[in-house]
Design a binder for this molecule. Structure first.
Ligand code: ADP
Ligand code: AMP
Length: 219
C-alpha cells in the first residue's frame, strides 16, 4: 500500500498515520517528524528548516524534496509507505509521481482527513507530543494518564512551538493557499478518498481502515 494523508494541520494525520501504518505494515514517513528531529539535533537540514517551521511557513520545496527522496529510497519503503505531511504543494506532488515512476510504482490512494477549522484550532491548541516516541496526545480529547508524561514510554510531553495561536493562523492560511490545491490534483487522478475525521480517534481509525479495505493488495 502506497498511501498519502492530506488535511489541514490538526486534522489528525499524525494520530491516524500511526494506526493505519501499523494496520498495513508499512513505514509511516512524517516530514514534520523528520524536520523536528533534525532541528533538535542541530543538523544542517534542521538549521535550514527551523525558521520556516517557527513561522508556520513551508520549508522550501528543494530542501523537502531531497529529504523525502532519500527517505523513500530506504529499504523499508520499497514495498509501501504512508506519507504524513508530504506532499504539501503541487510541485511536491509532481516530484513524488516522478520518484515513484522511476522505480515503476504508483500511489494507491490519497486519504483526505476532513475537519472544520474551529475543530482543528481546538485540536492544535491542546496538542502534546512525546519527546521520545513522538506519540501525539491532547490535553482534553486524548489525555495521558499522568499529565505531561507519555503513557507509552514515560517520555516528557511538549507543546510544539508552532502550536501557538498566531502560528496556527498562518499554518491554516498556508494550507488553504499551498496545500488545498492538492485535493483537486489527486481527485482528477482518481486517487482521492475524503474521510470524515470528526468524532473519537478510534472511530476515525475504523472509518479509515474501512475506506482502505477495497484497495488492499493481496497479502
Ligand atoms: P496533524 O498531524 O494533522 O497535524 P495530529 O494527529 O497531530 O494532527 O492531531 C492534532 C491534535 O488533535 C492532537 O492533539 C490529537 O491528539 C488530537 N486529535 C487527533 N484526532 C482527534 C479526534 N478524532 N478527536 C479529537 N482530537 C483529536
Ligand atoms: P507537521 O508536523 O506536518 O505539522 O509539519 C510541521 C512543519 O514542518 C510545517 O509547518 C512545515 O514548516 C514543515 N513541513 C513539514 N512537511 C513539509 C512539507 N512537505 N513541505 C514543506 N514544509 C513541511
Amino acid at each position: 500500500m502506497r498511501l498519502v494523508l492530506v488535511g489541514p494541520p490538526g486534522a489528525g494525520k499524525g494520530t491516524q498515520a500511526q494506526f493505519i501504518a501499523e494496520h498495513h505494515s508499512v513505514p509511516k514517513i512524517s516530514t514534520g517528524d523528520i524536520f523536528r528531529a533534525n532541528v533538535s539535533q542541530g543538523t544542517p537540514l534542521g538549521l535550514k528548516a527551523k525558521a520556516y517551521m517557527d513561522r508556520g511557513d513551508l520549508v522550501p520545496d528543494d530542501v523537502t524534496i531531497d529529504m523525502v527522496g532519500l527517505r523513500l529510497s530506504e529499504d523499508d519503503a520499497k514495498h509501501g509507505f504512508l506519507l504524513d505531511g508530504f506532499p504539501r504543494t503541487v510541485p511536491q506532488a509532481h516530484v513524488l509521481d516522478d520518484l515513484l515512476a522511476e522505480v515503476g510504482v504508483k500511489l494507491d490512494v490519497v486519504l483526505e482527513l476532513v475537519v472544520e477549522n474551529d475543530e482543528v484550532i481546538r485540536r492544535l491548541s491542546g496538542r502534546r507530543t512525546c519527546r521520545t516516541c513522538n506519540h501525539i496526545w491532547h490535553v482534553d480529547f486524548d489525555p495521558p494518564a499522568v499529565e505531561g508524561i507519555c503513557d507509552l514510554d514515560g517520555g516528557a510531553l511538549y507543546h510544539r512551538d508552532d502550536d501557538q495561536p498566531e502560528t496556527i493562523a498562518n499554518r491554516l492560511e498556508v494550507y488553504a493557499s499551498d496545500t488545498a490545491p492538492l485535493i483537486n490534483y489527486y481527485a482528477e487522478r482518481g486517487l482521492l478518498i475524503g474521510l470524515d475525521a470528526t468524532g473519537p480517534v478510534d472511530d476515525v481509525t475504523q472509518r479509515a481502515i474501512d475506506a482502505l479495505r477495497p484497495l488492499q493488495h493481496d497479502q
